[in-house]
Design a binder for this molecule. Structure first.
Ligand SMILES: Cc1cc2nc3c(=O)[nH]c(=O)nc-3n(C[C@H](O)[C@H](O)[C@H](O)COP(=O)(O)OP(=O)(O)OC[C@H]3O[C@@H](n4cnc5c(N)ncnc54)[C@H](O)[C@@H]3O)c2cc1C
Length: 429
């Protein structure tokens, strides 16, 4: 937590490392999983933590962190081993992302957009139905994307939001892909496009519409559009409350030609995934699991007089502080328990109970991280919320979690209530 900006990844050995959020023995992780998660934690603690304040202050993209993620093999964390990646499954990725989020929310959230391009086209797509020819074509295409990432350090993003009901899953995406010889012509606009101006490929969800056809969600395409393709532009400002280094500006696509091999999933497979693999939308939560842990870690260290940059004054002897820490620890364990269960049982065709639990986990993490940060500020007091310390950034970053579509905190409540009370097809008419 005390590493200076610019410290290199080789400094890892010299720092007393934090304990993992999820102890490998207690949470029954394999050695391989524990190794990947430890790699993420060490990079986060020894390198990313020291740079986080500058990215936040300047609302600048964590370019240097991405070079380190590439060097550490973590850009390819979920790419299958046969394609040169680490072959991490959903749970392993989620645990690693939580560790990164603990030290730099911006890096974890943007890394999530990147990794999901590979997780969704990789292990998740392997669970979905495709005929043999489609699967073979998908295998050939994804190898192109994976090679770029593993060999060249290419960065992918996931601009889905358009400002209407599409990102919430209500209607077809307004960004349109017209089939033409060799590919598609894409037109549309994406808002809150994290990594804009910094990703090499924008993983855009759009609706394939041939001449005379109506837009339907079934025809959703997931295309990796090269950032420098003709007709692609980044517009607008970016000066938000939190998650400032995500650089989530607006993307415009004007008559952009995209070749067929840009497809990250075959026709119809994204729609199938959204129905059959709902935990795909829980992947924004690991960042905030990490922020929840960070708020707790900070509070314990601060009250013990151990936070660098503050006087070594202990405040732990006051009963009110002890009670507040106890409340925080209980809240943290509740969040960890439901979240760990949800990311562990992520799979195709989950049961109704598992889907309801996934919504509840998302809600608990997104709201809980900010509740913990709020309690941390109240408990540690005025000196702890100065900009020279990470707590106020954790507070601002954690406030943004509940806004992420399609599973905003409001939409999770909405879905849990409805789906708990109605079976599929039931109505009161
Ligand atoms: C830091 C940050 C980074 C982001 N990065 C990305 C990114 O990389 N890619 C991307 O695609 N998006 C990204 N987003 C966008 C995010 O996922 C949401 O799309 C965005 O916050 C929605 O803002 P809005 O005001 O347009 O939402 P609106 O669509 O106006 O919705 C406002 C609220 O109304 C509620 N609501 C919406 N629809 C319904 C409904 N049908 N029923 C009931 N309630 C509803 C929801 O609770 C929602 O939060 C990012 C957002 C932030 C804050």
């Amino acid at each position: 937590m005390t590493v200076q900006a610019g410290k290199s990844a080789s400094a890892i050995d010299k720092v007393a490392l934090d304990a993992p959020i999820f102890d490998p023995a207690a949470f029954r992780l394999t050695d391989e999983q524990a190794g990947i998660v430890a790699r993420a934690r060490e990079l986060g603690q020894t390198v990313f933590a020291g740079r986080a304040a500058a990215y936040d202050r300047d609302a600048s993209f964590p370019v240097e962190n991405y070079a380190d993620l590439h060097r550490a093999g973590l850009l390819g964390i979920s790419i299958p081993k046969r394609h040169g990646g680490l072959g991490a499954d959903y749970q392993t990725y989620a645990l690693a992302a939580a560790e990164i989020g603990r030290y730099c929310g911006t890096t974890a959230l943007t890394w999530n957009m990147h990794v999901c391009s590979t997780l969704w086209s990789g292990p998740l797509a392997d669970d979905l139905d495709m005929d043999a020819a489609t699967r073979a074509e998908h295998e050939r295409r994804r190898a192109i994307h994976y090679r770029r990432i593993v060999d060249e350090g290419a960065i992918y993003s996931q601009p889905f939001s358009e400002g209407g009901a599409a990102a919430a899953g209500g209607v077809a995406f307004g960004t349109e892909a017209k089939p033409v010889k060799g590919g598609w012509i894409v037109n549309g606009k994406k808002i809150f496009a994290s990594l804009s101006g910094h990703a090499n490929y924008y993983g855009v969800l759009c609706t394939e519409i041939a001449e005379g056809e109506k837009a339907t969600r079934r025809n959703t395409l997931y295309l990796a559009i090269p950032a420098h393709a003709e007709g692609v532009s980044v517009v607008g400002d970016w000066d938000p409350l939190g998650m400032r280094g995500t650089v989530s500006r607006t993307l415009l696509f004007e008559d952009v030609f995209v070749e067929r091999d840009a497809a990250l999933m075959p026709r119809g497979v994204y729609f199938q995934a959204a129905l059959r693999w709902p935990h795909m939308f829980l992947t924004l939560s690991p960042t905030y699991m990490g922020l929840a842990q960070a708020a707790y870690d900070f509070t314990v260290r601060y009250l013990r007089g151990e936070v660098a940059g503050t006087p070594p004054v202990k405040r732990r002897m006051y009963p009110t502080k002890q009670i507040a820490v106890a409340q925080m620890q209980i809240k943290l364990e509740q969040i960890k328990a439901i979240w760990f269960q949800a990311v562990t049982e992520a799979r195709a065709n989950p049961t109704k109970e598992q889907v309801l639990r996934a919504y509840a986990a998302q809600y608990s993490v997104m709201e809980g991280a900010n509740e913990l940060a709020t309690l941390a500020i109240r408990t540690c007091g005025g000196q702890a919320m100065l900009k020279s310390l990470p707590l106020e950034r954790i507070y601002r970053d954690s406030r943004c979690g509940s806004l992420m579509l399609p599973w905003t905190a409001e939409l999770c409540l909405d879905r849990i209530g409805r789906e708990a009370l109605y079976e599929t097809g039931e109505s009161d008419d």
